[in-house]
Each structure stands twice: as C-alpha cells, then as structure tokens.
Design a protein around this ligand. Structure first.
Ligand code: BMA
Length: 294
C-alpha cells in the first residue's frame, strides 16, 4: 500500500519579501516545531548577497505564519562564511536544538545551536569536523542511553551516537540510494523522527539524477530499540514536484523537507518548493499508521 501527501490550498504559505534584503530572493527549507499551542518556524532565506540566513515565523494554526523583519541566525564563524542552511529542530528536555549546515570555502559541515525561545541562539559550533556532511537531525530522546543523530555522508543516510551531544562516534550507514528508483542518487533525512508504536517514522528526501535532477519525499520506518534497522521504506514518493512553483524557481524540481509535525490527527509536512517558497502538505495519521503496519 502506497500513500500520498495532500497539498494545502493556501500554498505556497511563505514567500520572499522584496524589501527584506536578507530574504528578498528565496525563502525555503524550514524547521517547524509545535510548542505551547504555537507553531514555531525557522526557515532558510537568501537575498541579493545569496548568503543563507535563518528567519523566524510563528503561527496559531500551522498555516498562516507571521515573520520577524530580521533574521534570528546568520553566519557567525569561519565554517559558515557562505551561509547557514537547512535547519532541523528537536526538543530535548526544555531546550530546542537546531542542527544546520554551515557552508564555507572548506565545504559543508553539520553545526549546532540551541535556544529556549527560538529567537536567541547559543552556538555550539561544528559537531562533526573535517568532513563534508549535511542533512542532520537529532532524535527527541536517548536510545539505550545514547543521543542519536541522523547525518548524511554522500550518498547514504547515516546515524551517529553521543553521550553528551558534543562528541559523536559510531557512524553507520543505515540506508542507501536504490538503483532504478526515484531515490537512486542520494538521500537525506527530512524532519526529526516521530516516535510511533510501530517504530521511528522518518521523512526523507531522495534525489534522482537523470534525466533531470529531481528531489522527492518518502518515508522510512526504523526499529524503536535499534534505529539502525530499517523496517520499511516508501516504494513510491509521497510527494514530488508537480505544481509550477515546485517545478520552476531557484532550483527547479525540488520538494525538500526539514519538518513533520503531528497536529489534529494529521502529519503536517512543511517543505521548500524549488528552493524558492515554503509550502505545506498533510496526511491523516491513520493512513500513515496503516502504511507502517502493512
Ligand atoms: C541540497 C540542499 C538543500 C536544497 C537542495 C536542492 O543539497 O542544499 O538546501 O534544497 O539541495 O537544491
């Protein structure tokens, strides 16, 4: 049984603003987390200088977002000279941890910052040094005593383990691109995983290389006790570029997500469309349940 997401009628839900210099061109991949009845969004934006910064927007219904005029996070060290990209936010105890990609002449590095209010961020620096790596997200709880993180050393999806959120080891590839499939080139985690009775539900993006590079979304289900074990994976994508604003834009043919929120018995999946706008697609949790069981 294969499942598909449904696009929200108000899409795209967030777009560039011409008189905000830092987000005048592109507004796209975002983290969204529900906390105290509000949806908090941290999104990647680029203006004329093409440096990625992170903006903040907030919503009561998960659809209509109000944003701040200025970014809440921007390049702050040598490893992020060209920008801070693709935030993914996980709540652990009472802190919000943002993993993001720092981009510099040296390459791409996974970095971390944390906050209690989404506006003021404390920098923790590069978490996996010396290696090109991106698409990182933290699990919301320890597993067998360890913190666990997704990351991506091209082209596979990896896990890493830590005792203190500072030193990471035991890198292990848990899923690879599949030949002949929509995810045949490289894959990376979407939002932080959601714990369900059937396993860790993980949204991910898959890239197909030819004839035209395309980013699509799918699900992977991982074992609760040992998330290195893949239980199930989408045969077909759950979302793929179809709308004009997903096909044409900063980077064409891209749907790319950093966030999946459970709300009103639905999963709300926020995604960057063609690296240009932010959009929302949903699916009934019961449908995803059936897929996980099937
Ligand atoms: C990836 C990341 C994403 C982007 C995608 C498509 O490598 O840089 O931020 O959305 O490419 O351009």
């Amino acid at each position: 049984m294969e499942i598909r997401l449904t696009r929200h009628v108000l899409n795209p839900i967030l777009s560039p603003v011409s008189n905000h210099h830092w987000e005048s061109k592109y507004v796209f991949n975002c983290a969204v987390i529900k906390h105290n009845d509000l949806f908090h969004m941290l999104y990647r934006a680029q203006g004329e200088d093409m440096v990625s910064r992170i903006g903040y927007a907030v919503s009561t219904d998960g659809v209509r977002f109000n944003r701040l005029e200025r970014p809440v996070f921007g390049p702050g060290s040598k490893s992020e000279l060209f920008g801070v990209e693709d935030p993914r936010v996980t709540r652990i105890n009472n802190r919000f941890y943002m993993l993001y990609t720092g981009y510099s002449p040296e390459g791409v590095r996974i970095s971390m910052a944390s906050s209690t209010d989404f506006i003021l961020w404390k920098r923790h620096g590069v978490v996996i040094p010396d290696i090109n790596n991106k698409d990182a997200a933290l699990f919301p709880e320890r597993i067998n005593g360890k913190y666990v993180m997704f990351h991506r050393i091209e082209p596979d999806m990896y896990l890493a383990y830590s005792d203190d959120l500072v030193n990471w080891s035991d890198f292990i590839s848990i899923a690879k691109p599949r030949e002949g499939y929509w995810d045949n080139l490289k894959i990376g985690v979407g939002g932080p995983p959601v714990k369900t009775p059937h396993g860790w539900l993980v949204l991910y993006h898959g890239v197909e290389g030819t004839p035209k590079p395309t980013y699509r979304l799918g699900f992977i289900l991982l074992d609760l006790e040992d998330p290195r074990k893949v239980i199930k994976r989408s045969e077909e994508p759950v979302l793929e570029p179809e709308e004009d604003w997903e096909i044409y834009g900063g980077v064409p043919n891209v749907v790319f997500s950093d966030a999946m929120v459970l709300h009103d018995d639905h999963y709300y999946i926020y995604y960057g469309a063609a690296d240009n706008h932010i959009a929302l697609a949903t699916i009934e949790a019961s449908k995803v349940d059936r897929w996980m069981r099937g």
